[in-house]
Design a protein around this ligand. Structure first.
Ligand SMILES: [Cu+2]
Length: 205
């Protein structure tokens, strides 16, 4: 009688242990699936208030880093950097060493995945607006699709250095960290082009 009782206690404990293991395992799986967010929400961002005078990498590290596109600024720890390793200044004079670097002409099919591609023609920009996250590394490509030169400039001086000029039927790109949240208009700076509708908007969330 006593032996039978002990046996039942052991069986009971074994079942209890099994339940604990099953619950623990399923909770663990749940935790894992919530931390690995879906890819579209898993965009890497950098702080939008980085000190552009403090290098975050050595010139050697910058040299060794792979560019997003041949000729673009390098990206280190989600920060777009100058050749000397300082965060680029989005408000610098376009084309200066402190500004994000515009690529040479590139074949549109060679643009990396995730590139935001804008076409521009006398009809305007297409798409006319796009959305990014604050601090996100943005690679923006501009294609002239009407055999005319176009120049994309942002309206806000904080993005004065983010400029793309394309010759007839050319595509070029630029990589920069998105600024803080807000709406940033852009336009084509070739005389007469804004007036005929070449303008658009970048929405930073
Ligand atoms: Cu234009």
């Amino acid at each position: 009688m006593n032996n039978k009782k002990t046996l039942w206690i052991i069986i009971g404990l074994a079942i209890l242990a099994l339940i604990i293991i099953v619950v623990a395992t399923s909770t663990g799986t749940k935790q894992q699936s919530t931390t690995s967010a879906p890819e579209e929400t898993n965009v890497q961002v950098a702080p939008t208030d980085l000190d552009t005078e403090t290098p975050i990498a050595t010139p050697e590290e910058v040299q060794q880093a792979q560019p997003v596109i041949e000729g673009s600024s390098k990206v280190i720890n989600n920060v777009v950097v100058t050749p000397t390793g300082k965060p680029v200044k989005n408000d610098a004079v376009p084309g200066s060493p402190e500004a994000p670097q515009e690529t040479p002409p590139i074949a549109p099919e060679a643009l990396p995945a995730g590139t935001i591609k804008l076409d521009v023609s006398a009809e305007g920009f297409n798409p006319v607006q796009f959305e990014v996250k604050a601090g996100q590394v943005v690679t923006l490509a501009l294609s002239s699709v009407d055999n005319i030169t176009h120049v994309l400039l942002f309206d806000d001086p904080v993005l004065a250095g983010v400029a793309i000029g394309v010759g007839p039927n050319e595509t070029r790109a630029i990589t920069f960290n998105a600024p803080k949240a807000g709406e940033y208009g852009f336009h084509c700076d070739v005389p007469g082009h804004t007036a005929r509708g070449e303008s658009g908007k970048m929405i930073v969330k």
